[in-house]
Write a protein that binds this ligand. Structure first.
Ligand code: AMP
Ligand code: MG
Length: 513
Protein backbone atom coordinates (compact mmCIF):
# COMPACT_ATOMS: atom_id res chain seq x y z
CA UNK A 1 0.00 0.00 0.00
CA UNK A 2 1.21 3.46 -0.79
CA UNK A 3 0.44 5.27 2.45
CA UNK A 4 0.89 8.68 0.83
CA UNK A 5 -1.78 8.34 -1.77
CA UNK A 6 -4.24 6.56 0.49
CA UNK A 7 -4.41 9.16 3.22
CA UNK A 8 -7.43 11.40 3.27
CA UNK A 9 -6.12 14.70 2.00
CA UNK A 10 -6.30 17.99 3.83
CA UNK A 11 -8.86 19.99 1.88
CA UNK A 12 -7.32 22.74 -0.16
CA UNK A 13 -8.97 25.68 -1.82
CA UNK A 14 -12.10 25.10 -3.88
CA UNK A 15 -10.12 26.01 -6.96
CA UNK A 16 -8.47 22.61 -6.66
CA UNK A 17 -11.78 20.80 -6.61
CA UNK A 18 -13.13 21.13 -3.07
CA UNK A 19 -16.41 22.77 -4.04
CA UNK A 20 -19.58 20.78 -3.40
CA UNK A 21 -22.08 20.69 -6.26
CA UNK A 22 -24.68 22.97 -4.62
CA UNK A 23 -23.90 25.63 -2.07
CA UNK A 24 -26.09 26.11 1.00
CA UNK A 25 -27.74 29.51 1.24
CA UNK A 26 -27.80 29.49 5.04
CA UNK A 27 -25.64 28.16 7.87
CA UNK A 28 -28.66 26.12 9.01
CA UNK A 29 -28.50 24.13 5.79
CA UNK A 30 -25.00 22.81 6.46
CA UNK A 31 -24.56 19.33 7.83
CA UNK A 32 -22.91 19.67 11.21
CA UNK A 33 -21.39 17.01 13.49
CA UNK A 34 -19.51 17.11 16.81
CA UNK A 35 -16.99 14.30 16.92
CA UNK A 36 -14.61 16.10 19.29
CA UNK A 37 -17.50 16.77 21.68
CA UNK A 38 -18.10 13.02 21.84
CA UNK A 39 -14.68 12.38 23.38
CA UNK A 40 -14.83 11.79 27.17
CA UNK A 41 -15.50 14.84 29.40
CA UNK A 42 -11.84 15.23 30.45
CA UNK A 43 -10.97 16.33 26.90
CA UNK A 44 -12.94 19.56 26.95
CA UNK A 45 -15.35 21.90 28.65
CA UNK A 46 -18.71 22.77 27.13
CA UNK A 47 -19.34 26.48 27.41
CA UNK A 48 -20.62 29.32 25.27
CA UNK A 49 -18.33 32.08 24.00
CA UNK A 50 -18.45 35.52 25.58
CA UNK A 51 -19.75 37.52 22.63
CA UNK A 52 -18.20 40.86 21.75
CA UNK A 53 -20.40 43.94 22.18
CA UNK A 54 -21.81 45.38 18.95
CA UNK A 55 -19.68 43.18 16.67
CA UNK A 56 -19.12 44.13 13.04
CA UNK A 57 -18.15 41.74 10.29
CA UNK A 58 -14.94 43.21 8.93
CA UNK A 59 -14.31 40.50 6.37
CA UNK A 60 -15.69 37.14 5.31
CA UNK A 61 -13.83 34.72 3.11
CA UNK A 62 -15.87 33.47 0.17
CA UNK A 63 -13.22 30.96 -0.79
CA UNK A 64 -13.30 29.26 2.60
CA UNK A 65 -17.08 29.55 2.70
CA UNK A 66 -17.22 27.59 -0.55
CA UNK A 67 -15.01 24.87 0.99
CA UNK A 68 -17.67 24.56 3.69
CA UNK A 69 -20.38 24.39 1.05
CA UNK A 70 -21.68 27.84 1.91
CA UNK A 71 -22.98 30.26 -0.71
CA UNK A 72 -21.41 33.77 -0.59
CA UNK A 73 -24.88 35.24 0.03
CA UNK A 74 -24.96 33.43 3.40
CA UNK A 75 -22.07 35.58 4.61
CA UNK A 76 -24.19 38.72 4.61
CA UNK A 77 -26.99 37.21 6.71
CA UNK A 78 -27.40 38.41 10.32
CA UNK A 79 -27.17 34.84 11.59
CA UNK A 80 -23.71 34.47 10.07
CA UNK A 81 -22.43 37.44 12.07
CA UNK A 82 -24.15 36.06 15.18
CA UNK A 83 -22.31 32.76 14.84
CA UNK A 84 -18.87 34.14 13.99
CA UNK A 85 -19.07 36.70 16.80
CA UNK A 86 -20.03 34.08 19.38
CA UNK A 87 -23.58 35.34 19.96
CA UNK A 88 -25.17 32.05 19.03
CA UNK A 89 -23.94 28.51 18.43
CA UNK A 90 -23.35 27.02 15.01
CA UNK A 91 -26.70 25.40 14.19
CA UNK A 92 -26.30 21.76 15.22
CA UNK A 93 -22.95 22.42 16.90
CA UNK A 94 -21.89 21.88 20.52
CA UNK A 95 -19.56 24.67 21.57
CA UNK A 96 -16.53 23.72 23.66
CA UNK A 97 -12.99 24.61 24.66
CA UNK A 98 -10.41 21.81 24.35
CA UNK A 99 -7.66 21.03 26.81
CA UNK A 100 -4.05 20.45 25.81
CA UNK A 101 -0.58 20.89 27.31
CA UNK A 102 2.80 21.61 25.81
CA UNK A 103 6.43 22.58 25.85
CA UNK A 104 6.91 26.33 25.53
CA UNK A 105 10.38 27.58 24.54
CA UNK A 106 11.80 24.18 25.40
CA UNK A 107 10.28 23.93 28.85
CA UNK A 108 7.36 21.80 29.97
CA UNK A 109 4.51 24.24 30.60
CA UNK A 110 1.91 21.77 31.86
CA UNK A 111 -1.75 22.33 31.11
CA UNK A 112 -2.66 24.98 28.54
CA UNK A 113 -5.73 24.55 26.36
CA UNK A 114 -8.10 26.79 24.42
CA UNK A 115 -7.76 29.83 26.64
CA UNK A 116 -9.49 32.12 24.18
CA UNK A 117 -10.89 29.78 21.57
CA UNK A 118 -14.18 27.94 21.17
CA UNK A 119 -14.73 24.97 18.88
CA UNK A 120 -18.20 25.35 17.33
CA UNK A 121 -18.52 21.93 15.68
CA UNK A 122 -17.60 20.45 12.33
CA UNK A 123 -19.16 20.96 8.94
CA UNK A 124 -19.41 17.78 6.88
CA UNK A 125 -18.15 18.43 3.36
CA UNK A 126 -17.58 16.07 0.42
CA UNK A 127 -13.87 16.29 1.24
CA UNK A 128 -14.18 15.48 4.90
CA UNK A 129 -15.22 17.34 8.00
CA UNK A 130 -14.00 20.86 8.65
CA UNK A 131 -14.07 22.24 12.17
CA UNK A 132 -14.99 25.84 12.92
CA UNK A 133 -13.25 27.53 15.81
CA UNK A 134 -13.55 31.08 17.17
CA UNK A 135 -10.37 32.70 18.46
CA UNK A 136 -10.67 35.68 20.80
CA UNK A 137 -14.10 34.60 21.97
CA UNK A 138 -13.71 34.91 25.73
CA UNK A 139 -12.40 33.20 28.81
CA UNK A 140 -12.49 29.45 29.38
CA UNK A 141 -11.30 27.21 32.21
CA UNK A 142 -7.96 27.13 30.34
CA UNK A 143 -7.42 30.91 30.19
CA UNK A 144 -5.01 30.99 33.15
CA UNK A 145 -4.13 34.71 33.55
CA UNK A 146 -5.40 35.69 30.10
CA UNK A 147 -8.47 37.73 29.29
CA UNK A 148 -9.76 35.38 26.60
CA UNK A 149 -9.52 38.08 23.96
CA UNK A 150 -7.51 38.71 20.80
CA UNK A 151 -6.67 42.14 19.44
CA UNK A 152 -7.51 43.38 15.95
CA UNK A 153 -3.82 43.62 15.05
CA UNK A 154 -3.06 39.94 15.65
CA UNK A 155 -6.41 38.84 14.24
CA UNK A 156 -5.81 40.62 10.92
CA UNK A 157 -2.35 39.03 10.86
CA UNK A 158 -3.79 35.56 11.43
CA UNK A 159 -6.55 36.09 8.87
CA UNK A 160 -4.11 37.22 6.19
CA UNK A 161 -1.35 34.72 7.00
CA UNK A 162 -3.53 31.65 6.74
CA UNK A 163 -4.75 32.76 3.34
CA UNK A 164 -1.23 33.70 2.22
CA UNK A 165 0.06 30.25 3.16
CA UNK A 166 -2.84 28.58 1.36
CA UNK A 167 -2.02 30.67 -1.73
CA UNK A 168 1.57 29.45 -1.55
CA UNK A 169 0.33 25.86 -1.35
CA UNK A 170 1.66 25.40 2.19
CA UNK A 171 -0.48 23.30 4.54
CA UNK A 172 -2.34 25.60 6.92
CA UNK A 173 -5.49 26.18 8.90
CA UNK A 174 -7.82 28.64 7.15
CA UNK A 175 -9.81 31.70 8.15
CA UNK A 176 -13.52 32.20 7.42
CA UNK A 177 -14.39 35.48 9.08
CA UNK A 178 -12.95 38.46 10.91
CA UNK A 179 -15.15 40.28 13.39
CA UNK A 180 -14.31 43.48 15.23
CA UNK A 181 -15.86 45.42 18.09
CA UNK A 182 -15.14 48.65 19.92
CA UNK A 183 -14.60 46.71 23.13
CA UNK A 184 -11.22 47.66 24.57
CA UNK A 185 -8.54 45.04 25.15
CA UNK A 186 -5.62 45.86 27.38
CA UNK A 187 -2.17 44.94 26.16
CA UNK A 188 0.84 47.30 26.22
CA UNK A 189 -1.71 49.88 25.10
CA UNK A 190 -5.49 49.85 24.80
CA UNK A 191 -6.44 47.97 21.65
CA UNK A 192 -9.57 46.78 19.84
CA UNK A 193 -11.07 43.31 20.30
CA UNK A 194 -11.56 40.97 17.37
CA UNK A 195 -12.52 37.37 16.67
CA UNK A 196 -11.22 35.20 13.84
CA UNK A 197 -13.16 32.12 12.80
CA UNK A 198 -10.62 29.48 11.91
CA UNK A 199 -11.33 26.41 9.80
CA UNK A 200 -9.38 23.17 9.86
CA UNK A 201 -9.95 19.41 9.57
CA UNK A 202 -8.64 19.35 13.14
CA UNK A 203 -7.17 21.62 15.79
CA UNK A 204 -5.48 18.72 17.60
CA UNK A 205 -1.89 19.58 18.48
CA UNK A 206 1.19 17.69 19.62
CA UNK A 207 0.29 19.18 22.99
CA UNK A 208 -3.13 17.49 22.91
CA UNK A 209 -1.22 14.18 23.11
CA UNK A 210 1.35 15.45 25.60
CA UNK A 211 -1.54 16.30 27.90
CA UNK A 212 -2.11 12.56 28.37
CA UNK A 213 1.53 11.56 28.86
CA UNK A 214 1.64 8.67 31.33
CA UNK A 215 -2.14 8.10 31.06
CA UNK A 216 -2.61 5.16 28.67
CA UNK A 217 -6.39 5.13 28.57
CA UNK A 218 -7.20 8.68 27.44
CA UNK A 219 -4.04 8.68 25.33
CA UNK A 220 -5.29 5.62 23.44
CA UNK A 221 -8.71 7.25 23.09
CA UNK A 222 -7.23 10.37 21.51
CA UNK A 223 -4.91 8.33 19.30
CA UNK A 224 -7.76 6.17 18.04
CA UNK A 225 -9.84 9.27 17.43
CA UNK A 226 -7.13 10.90 15.33
CA UNK A 227 -6.29 7.74 13.38
CA UNK A 228 -9.91 6.84 12.64
CA UNK A 229 -10.75 10.34 11.59
CA UNK A 230 -7.68 11.55 9.77
CA UNK A 231 -5.50 8.55 8.97
CA UNK A 232 -7.90 5.61 8.49
CA UNK A 233 -5.71 4.04 5.81
CA UNK A 234 -3.00 3.49 8.43
CA UNK A 235 -5.13 0.76 9.98
CA UNK A 236 -4.78 -1.38 6.86
CA UNK A 237 -1.78 -3.47 5.91
CA UNK A 238 -0.97 -5.21 2.64
CA UNK A 239 -2.63 -8.49 3.65
CA UNK A 240 -5.95 -6.68 4.16
CA UNK A 241 -5.78 -7.51 7.87
CA UNK A 242 -6.12 -4.55 10.20
CA UNK A 243 -2.87 -3.24 11.66
CA UNK A 244 -2.23 -3.98 15.32
CA UNK A 245 -2.90 -1.13 17.76
CA UNK A 246 0.77 -0.34 18.33
CA UNK A 247 1.56 -0.67 14.66
CA UNK A 248 -1.15 1.86 13.81
CA UNK A 249 0.24 4.30 16.38
CA UNK A 250 3.73 3.96 14.95
CA UNK A 251 2.40 4.50 11.47
CA UNK A 252 0.57 7.59 12.62
CA UNK A 253 3.72 8.95 14.22
CA UNK A 254 5.65 8.20 11.04
CA UNK A 255 3.04 10.10 9.01
CA UNK A 256 3.12 13.08 11.39
CA UNK A 257 6.92 13.09 11.04
CA UNK A 258 6.60 13.12 7.26
CA UNK A 259 4.00 15.88 7.15
CA UNK A 260 5.84 18.04 9.66
CA UNK A 261 9.09 17.67 7.73
CA UNK A 262 7.41 18.72 4.50
CA UNK A 263 5.67 21.67 6.13
CA UNK A 264 8.91 22.99 7.61
CA UNK A 265 10.71 22.48 4.27
CA UNK A 266 8.00 24.65 2.73
CA UNK A 267 8.47 27.30 5.43
CA UNK A 268 12.23 27.38 4.85
CA UNK A 269 11.97 27.83 1.12
CA UNK A 270 9.57 30.79 1.29
CA UNK A 271 11.45 32.45 4.16
CA UNK A 272 8.61 31.94 6.64
CA UNK A 273 9.39 32.06 10.35
CA UNK A 274 6.66 30.77 12.64
CA UNK A 275 7.90 32.60 15.70
CA UNK A 276 6.46 30.36 18.44
CA UNK A 277 7.13 26.73 17.58
CA UNK A 278 5.97 25.47 20.96
CA UNK A 279 4.57 21.94 20.91
CA UNK A 280 1.08 23.31 21.58
CA UNK A 281 1.40 25.24 18.31
CA UNK A 282 2.24 22.14 16.22
CA UNK A 283 -0.68 20.57 14.35
CA UNK A 284 -1.01 16.79 14.36
CA UNK A 285 -1.96 17.08 10.67
CA UNK A 286 1.20 18.96 9.73
CA UNK A 287 -0.65 22.23 9.14
CA UNK A 288 0.77 25.63 9.95
CA UNK A 289 -1.27 26.72 12.95
CA UNK A 290 -1.49 29.55 15.50
CA UNK A 291 -0.21 32.57 13.66
CA UNK A 292 1.27 34.96 16.18
CA UNK A 293 4.55 36.82 15.78
CA UNK A 294 5.34 35.05 12.50
CA UNK A 295 7.19 36.73 9.67
CA UNK A 296 8.08 36.34 6.03
CA UNK A 297 11.66 37.47 5.79
CA UNK A 298 12.36 40.64 3.87
CA UNK A 299 16.15 40.88 3.80
CA UNK A 300 17.63 37.45 4.30
CA UNK A 301 19.40 36.68 7.52
CA UNK A 302 19.92 33.00 8.28
CA UNK A 303 19.45 33.48 12.02
CA UNK A 304 16.54 35.86 11.63
CA UNK A 305 14.23 35.91 14.67
CA UNK A 306 10.79 37.28 13.85
CA UNK A 307 9.42 37.27 17.42
CA UNK A 308 10.69 40.09 19.60
CA UNK A 309 9.77 38.11 22.72
CA UNK A 310 12.18 35.34 21.61
CA UNK A 311 15.28 36.96 23.07
CA UNK A 312 17.46 33.83 22.78
CA UNK A 313 16.55 33.13 19.16
CA UNK A 314 15.20 29.68 19.96
CA UNK A 315 12.94 29.85 16.93
CA UNK A 316 15.25 31.57 14.44
CA UNK A 317 14.71 30.69 10.75
CA UNK A 318 17.79 28.46 10.50
CA UNK A 319 16.85 26.32 13.50
CA UNK A 320 13.20 25.71 12.61
CA UNK A 321 13.92 22.29 11.03
CA UNK A 322 15.77 21.11 14.16
CA UNK A 323 13.10 22.50 16.47
CA UNK A 324 10.38 20.63 14.59
CA UNK A 325 12.36 17.40 15.10
CA UNK A 326 12.74 18.16 18.80
CA UNK A 327 8.99 18.76 19.00
CA UNK A 328 8.34 15.44 17.26
CA UNK A 329 10.46 13.74 19.92
CA UNK A 330 8.22 15.27 22.58
CA UNK A 331 5.23 13.84 20.75
CA UNK A 332 6.84 10.45 20.19
CA UNK A 333 7.89 9.98 23.80
CA UNK A 334 4.26 10.26 24.90
CA UNK A 335 3.53 6.91 23.26
CA UNK A 336 5.84 5.07 25.65
CA UNK A 337 2.77 5.05 27.90
CA UNK A 338 1.06 2.75 25.39
CA UNK A 339 3.78 0.16 25.96
CA UNK A 340 5.47 0.86 22.62
CA UNK A 341 9.18 0.03 22.56
CA UNK A 342 11.50 3.02 22.68
CA UNK A 343 13.46 1.69 19.71
CA UNK A 344 10.34 1.49 17.56
CA UNK A 345 9.45 5.10 18.43
CA UNK A 346 13.00 6.22 17.75
CA UNK A 347 12.79 4.48 14.39
CA UNK A 348 9.63 6.35 13.43
CA UNK A 349 11.20 9.64 14.48
CA UNK A 350 14.51 9.03 12.74
CA UNK A 351 12.94 9.37 9.30
CA UNK A 352 12.61 13.09 9.87
CA UNK A 353 15.96 14.21 8.54
CA UNK A 354 15.59 12.35 5.27
CA UNK A 355 11.96 13.45 4.85
CA UNK A 356 13.00 17.02 5.43
CA UNK A 357 15.95 16.93 3.04
CA UNK A 358 13.96 15.28 0.27
CA UNK A 359 11.24 17.93 0.51
CA UNK A 360 13.72 20.78 0.97
CA UNK A 361 15.89 19.74 -1.96
CA UNK A 362 12.88 19.22 -4.15
CA UNK A 363 11.58 22.69 -3.31
CA UNK A 364 15.00 24.16 -4.03
CA UNK A 365 15.38 22.20 -7.23
CA UNK A 366 12.18 23.75 -8.51
CA UNK A 367 13.00 27.21 -7.19
CA UNK A 368 16.31 27.19 -9.07
CA UNK A 369 14.75 25.73 -12.20
CA UNK A 370 16.77 22.52 -12.08
CA UNK A 371 15.58 19.38 -13.83
CA UNK A 372 17.17 17.08 -11.28
CA UNK A 373 18.75 17.60 -7.89
CA UNK A 374 22.41 16.57 -7.69
CA UNK A 375 24.42 16.16 -4.51
CA UNK A 376 26.80 18.94 -5.59
CA UNK A 377 23.86 21.37 -5.83
CA UNK A 378 24.08 21.62 -2.06
CA UNK A 379 27.22 23.72 -2.53
CA UNK A 380 25.52 26.01 -5.02
CA UNK A 381 22.67 26.50 -2.56
CA UNK A 382 25.02 27.08 0.38
CA UNK A 383 26.81 29.74 -1.65
CA UNK A 384 23.41 31.27 -2.45
CA UNK A 385 22.38 31.50 1.19
CA UNK A 386 25.79 32.93 2.08
CA UNK A 387 25.50 35.54 -0.66
CA UNK A 388 22.00 36.58 0.44
CA UNK A 389 22.99 36.59 4.10
CA UNK A 390 26.16 38.63 3.63
CA UNK A 391 24.41 41.26 1.57
CA UNK A 392 21.06 41.03 3.31
CA UNK A 393 19.36 40.69 -0.05
CA UNK A 394 15.60 40.42 -0.28
CA UNK A 395 14.60 36.76 0.07
CA UNK A 396 11.51 36.78 -2.13
CA UNK A 397 12.81 39.03 -4.90
CA UNK A 398 16.17 37.26 -5.12
CA UNK A 399 14.44 34.00 -6.03
CA UNK A 400 11.84 35.67 -8.20
CA UNK A 401 14.24 37.77 -10.26
CA UNK A 402 16.62 34.86 -10.74
CA UNK A 403 14.23 33.44 -13.33
CA UNK A 404 14.78 36.45 -15.56
CA UNK A 405 18.46 36.84 -15.03
CA UNK A 406 19.48 36.03 -18.60
CA UNK A 407 17.21 38.71 -20.07
CA UNK A 408 17.43 41.25 -17.26
CA UNK A 409 20.42 40.71 -14.98
CA UNK A 410 20.21 44.33 -13.78
CA UNK A 411 17.01 43.86 -11.71
CA UNK A 412 18.54 40.89 -9.92
CA UNK A 413 21.95 42.50 -9.38
CA UNK A 414 20.31 45.64 -7.97
CA UNK A 415 19.27 43.58 -4.96
CA UNK A 416 22.90 43.37 -3.90
CA UNK A 417 25.09 46.09 -2.43
CA UNK A 418 28.16 44.35 -3.88
CA UNK A 419 26.96 43.03 -7.22
CA UNK A 420 30.37 41.51 -8.02
CA UNK A 421 29.86 38.56 -5.69
CA UNK A 422 26.32 38.14 -6.99
CA UNK A 423 27.74 38.07 -10.51
CA UNK A 424 30.23 35.41 -9.48
CA UNK A 425 27.43 33.27 -8.11
CA UNK A 426 25.47 33.79 -11.33
CA UNK A 427 28.41 32.45 -13.36
CA UNK A 428 28.34 29.32 -11.28
CA UNK A 429 24.60 29.04 -11.72
CA UNK A 430 24.88 29.54 -15.49
CA UNK A 431 27.41 26.66 -15.65
CA UNK A 432 24.98 24.47 -13.72
CA UNK A 433 22.14 25.30 -16.13
CA UNK A 434 24.25 24.52 -19.20
CA UNK A 435 23.78 20.78 -19.04
CA UNK A 436 19.98 21.01 -18.95
CA UNK A 437 17.64 20.23 -21.80
CA UNK A 438 14.96 22.63 -20.55
CA UNK A 439 14.66 25.68 -22.81
CA UNK A 440 15.21 29.06 -21.15
CA UNK A 441 11.59 30.31 -21.52
CA UNK A 442 10.30 27.05 -20.06
CA UNK A 443 12.68 27.28 -17.14
CA UNK A 444 11.63 30.86 -16.54
CA UNK A 445 7.95 29.91 -16.54
CA UNK A 446 8.59 26.94 -14.24
CA UNK A 447 10.53 29.12 -11.79
CA UNK A 448 7.87 31.83 -11.80
CA UNK A 449 5.29 29.20 -10.95
CA UNK A 450 7.09 28.34 -7.70
CA UNK A 451 8.85 31.55 -6.62
CA UNK A 452 6.20 33.95 -5.35
CA UNK A 453 6.22 37.58 -6.38
CA UNK A 454 4.03 38.53 -3.43
CA UNK A 455 4.42 37.45 0.17
CA UNK A 456 2.78 38.83 3.28
CA UNK A 457 5.53 41.21 4.25
CA UNK A 458 5.28 42.66 7.77
CA UNK A 459 4.82 46.21 6.60
CA UNK A 460 2.00 45.22 4.24
CA UNK A 461 0.20 43.46 7.10
CA UNK A 462 0.80 46.56 9.22
CA UNK A 463 -0.75 48.85 6.61
CA UNK A 464 -3.75 46.54 6.34
CA UNK A 465 -4.11 46.60 10.14
CA UNK A 466 -3.98 50.39 10.29
CA UNK A 467 -6.60 50.68 7.55
CA UNK A 468 -8.79 48.01 9.18
CA UNK A 469 -8.63 49.89 12.49
CA UNK A 470 -10.31 52.77 10.63
CA UNK A 471 -12.92 50.41 9.21
CA UNK A 472 -11.31 50.27 5.77
CA UNK A 473 -10.94 46.72 4.48
CA UNK A 474 -9.54 47.79 1.12
CA UNK A 475 -6.00 46.81 2.06
CA UNK A 476 -7.11 43.39 3.30
CA UNK A 477 -8.94 42.91 -0.01
CA UNK A 478 -5.95 44.01 -2.06
CA UNK A 479 -3.60 41.73 -0.14
CA UNK A 480 -5.93 38.76 -0.47
CA UNK A 481 -6.09 39.38 -4.22
CA UNK A 482 -2.34 39.07 -4.67
CA UNK A 483 -1.69 36.50 -1.94
CA UNK A 484 -4.25 34.06 -3.26
CA UNK A 485 -2.23 33.74 -6.42
CA UNK A 486 1.18 34.97 -5.36
CA UNK A 487 2.97 33.66 -8.44
CA UNK A 488 1.07 35.73 -10.96
CA UNK A 489 2.17 39.33 -11.59
CA UNK A 490 -0.84 41.62 -11.53
CA UNK A 491 -1.09 44.99 -13.16
CA UNK A 492 -1.83 47.74 -10.68
CA UNK A 493 -0.47 45.72 -7.74
CA UNK A 494 3.23 46.51 -8.22
CA UNK A 495 3.37 48.13 -4.78
CA UNK A 496 2.76 44.77 -3.08
CA UNK A 497 5.72 43.18 -4.85
CA UNK A 498 8.26 45.74 -3.72
CA UNK A 499 10.98 45.17 -1.15
CA UNK A 500 10.25 46.48 2.32
CA UNK A 501 10.78 50.17 3.04
CA UNK A 502 13.30 51.11 5.71
CA UNK A 503 10.66 51.69 8.38
CA UNK A 504 9.67 48.03 8.14
CA UNK A 505 12.92 47.10 9.91
CA UNK A 506 11.70 48.91 13.00
CA UNK A 507 8.40 47.01 13.15
CA UNK A 508 8.34 44.69 16.14
CA UNK A 509 6.03 41.75 16.53
CA UNK A 510 5.91 39.94 19.83
CA UNK A 511 3.92 37.31 21.69
CA UNK A 512 1.47 40.04 22.73
CA UNK A 513 -1.72 39.29 20.83
P1 AMP B 1 -0.09 30.98 22.18
O1 AMP B 1 1.29 31.37 22.62
O2 AMP B 1 -0.88 32.11 21.58
O3 AMP B 1 -0.11 29.77 21.36
O4 AMP B 1 -0.88 30.67 23.53
C1 AMP B 1 -0.45 29.79 24.51
C2 AMP B 1 -1.57 29.51 25.47
O5 AMP B 1 -2.01 30.73 26.08
C3 AMP B 1 -2.79 28.89 24.86
O6 AMP B 1 -3.32 28.01 25.80
C4 AMP B 1 -3.70 30.07 24.64
O7 AMP B 1 -5.05 29.72 24.61
C5 AMP B 1 -3.39 30.91 25.85
N1 AMP B 1 -3.65 32.34 25.63
C6 AMP B 1 -2.94 33.19 24.86
N2 AMP B 1 -3.47 34.42 24.92
C7 AMP B 1 -4.53 34.36 25.74
C8 AMP B 1 -5.50 35.29 26.21
N3 AMP B 1 -5.47 36.57 25.85
N4 AMP B 1 -6.45 34.84 27.05
C9 AMP B 1 -6.50 33.56 27.44
N5 AMP B 1 -5.63 32.63 27.03
C10 AMP B 1 -4.66 33.01 26.20
MG1 MG C 1 -1.21 28.56 20.54
Amino acid sequence: MNIDSDLSPVPSSPASGGRPARLAARLEDLQVANSYAELPPAFHTFLPPQPLKAPRLLHANEEVAAMLGLDPSALGAPEFLEVVSGQRPLPGGRTLAAVYSGHQFGIWAGQLGDGRAHLLGEVLTPHGPLELQLKGSGRTPYSRMGDGRAVLRSSVREYLASEAMAGLGIPTTRALALVVSDEPVYRETVETAAIVTRVSPSFVRFGSFEHWAGKPEPLQTLTDYVIDRHFPALREVASGEPAGTQQAVLRMLREVVRRTARMVADWQTVGFCHGVMNTDNMSILGLTIDYGPYGFMDRFQANHVCNHSDTHGRYAWNVQPAVAHWNLYRLGSVFLALGIEEDALRDALSGYQEDFLIAYHDNLRRKFGLEVWRAEDEELVDAWWRLLHEQRADFTLAFRLLADVEREPRCFLDLFSEPESARAWLDRYARRLKGQTLAEPDRRAAMNAVNPLYVLRNHLAQEAIEAAAKGDVGEIEALLTVLRNPFEAREGFEYYAQAAPEWAERLEVSCSS
